[in-house]
Design a protein around this ligand. Sequence first.
Ligand SMILES: Nc1nc2c(ncn2[C@@H]2O[C@H](COP(=O)(O)OP(=O)(O)OP(=O)(O)O)[C@@H](O)[C@H]2O)c(=O)[nH]1
Ligand SMILES: [Mg+2]
Length: 149
Amino acid sequence: MQDHENLNMKKTLLVGRHGVGKTTLTQALKGETIHYVKTQYMQYGDWLIDSPGEYAEVHGLGAALAIYSYEADVVVLLIAADDDYSLFPPNITCMVNRDVIGVVTKINRCPPDRAANWLRLSGCKEIFPIDSHTGEGVDQLKAYLRKQG
Ligand SMILES: Nc1nc2c(ncn2[C@@H]2O[C@H](COP(=O)(O)OP(=O)(O)OP(=O)(O)O)[C@@H](O)[C@H]2O)c(=O)[nH]1
Ligand SMILES: [Mg+2]
């Protein structure tokens, strides 16, 4: 991505369990080659803030996500299409005074409907089904994350 393009993007915090596909999504959004990297600590890039899944899973680490949400314009909650459960309680989005959207990852594996319902129950109004490996849905998400005007 070019520098001027980065300036046009909303600051975006990615939150979800380990392995849901946050880092892979950052690579897809930036047009990078997809490669596995375990996120060990908060990664604050030009506009993407990538968190380790453990921060959403371990009660005592959740405060870090709350603090980083204040740095962000948009908070993205991620659930994979083939996940068996959701980490996010009902109506959790009202805890954050930022836009909160949902992303269903790995939609090449199974239909996104169940994960999308969980995200809706948690309060997400906008939900984007994507697959970072095939690129499906990534452009639509990127368009939403572009600053308007
Ligand atoms: N098929 C498919 N696989 C994906 C997708 N997104 C991620 N993966 C795979 O899932 C695995 C975990 O992806 P990561 O992006 O590292 O997951 P993460 O949420 O960043 O995990 P942590 O850094 O541990 O919090 C990798 O092997 C990815 O290739 C997707 O959209 N489709
Ligand atoms: Mg990661």
